[in-house]
Ligand binder design. Structure first.
Ligand SMILES: C[S@@+](CC[C@H](N)C(=O)[O-])C[C@H]1O[C@@H](n2cnc3c(N)ncnc32)[C@H](O)[C@@H]1O
Length: 274
């Protein structure tokens, strides 16, 4: 596939085999095509490894963090559960927001299969440490899920972010294990669906085309109509025609809209695609 940007003619031309489409460069469609390529090239160059929050690395695209902030601000969670700690920057991000919102008793629970001593120590010494609980273990192991359940018991709202092992099977198991914890009006977020779109770039793997969190999310959506599978509406749009996040998290967002699991009706649309 070729994308040809002509800044003089103000066009974007997409050549895919014999098919050729030319768009006005200054359109939503051109922006989306260029953004996707920007995301793909940046991922390949490990752009997401260059950010930090309050002193610790955070492996995210800043736009995803800003959109997450909009949701956290609206939901006002008492607990944020995140699977996948890495070096802890994302836990600090959540904790700093909760503290800045005046939610002094709110907690962040991070789970990782391995929490190296230096990461644990960095978080323990951080001024936000009193808001953070770390649990070491496989995020889908029954004893780990039980520990998280016990820790969030009686606390509402609960918001969950899944950012650990990104295989389809693991994310599917995480969605089933952690979705029951999410309160009505709050979210569970299956991050890094972008794997479906980057399977052909340097450093990626061809299996990611289907073995990814996006596929797990679509399958979860088909089984769980108690969740709305949709990107959260932006708080402000101005007059911009742009309506989709520039993101590593396509198809990630599930909002609980009903209290308990209900089977999908025959013939009902499974998902809005998030
Ligand atoms: C993408 S990183 C997390 C990034 C972090 N949330 C951030 O924003 O900076 C993925 C983490 O998941 C952890 N992990 C991998 N498999 C896991 C599993 N089965 N259970 C829990 N954590 C796992 C890895 O050790 C790694 O630290």
């Amino acid at each position: 596939m070729k994308l040809l940007i002509d800044t003089t003619a103000r066009t974007l031309t997409r050549v895919d085999g014999a098919a050729e489409t030319t768009l006005d460069l200054y359109t939503k469609e051109a922006f989306e095509a260029i953004s996707l390529e920007w995301v793909r090239v940046g991922w390949s160059l490990e752009y997401y490894h260059t950010f930090s929050w309050f002193g610790l690395p955070v492996l995210q695209l800043p736009e995803d963090m800003l959109r997450l902030q909009e949701v956290i601000y609206q939901v006002r969670p008492s607990v944020i559960v995140e699977t996948g700690i890495f070096q802890g920057g994302s836990l600090l991000f959540h904790a700093s927001l909760l503290k800045a919102m005046g939610l002094d008793d709110a907690r962040v629970i991070g789970i990782d299969v391995e929490i190296p001593a230096h990461s644990r120590e960095n978080l323990r010494r951080h001024p936000l440490s009193s808001h953070i609980t770390m649990i070491e273990g496989d995020s889908t192991a029954p004893d780990v899920v039980s520990q998280v359940k016990a820790a969030v018991s009686g606390l509402r709202p609960v918001l969950v972010i899944l950012d650990s092992n990104h295989t389809r099977d693991h994310v599917a198991r995480e969605l089933e294990a952690y979705a029951p914890l999410v309160s009505e009006g709050s979210y569970i977020i299956a991050t890094d669906g972008i794997m479906k779109d980057i399977a052909d770039v340097p450093r990626a793997q061809s299996e990611w085309k289907t073995d990814n969190p996006y596929t797990a999310a679509l399958e979860f959506a088909a089984r769980h109509t108690e969740f709305l599978h949709q990107q959260p509406p932006w708080l402000f749009g101005g007059k911009s025609p742009i309506a989709e996040n520039v993101t590593y998290w396509p198809g990630a967002w599930f909002k609980r809209v009903a209290p308990a699991a209900s089977a999908p009706e025959a013939g009902a649309p499974a998902s809005t695609g998030g």
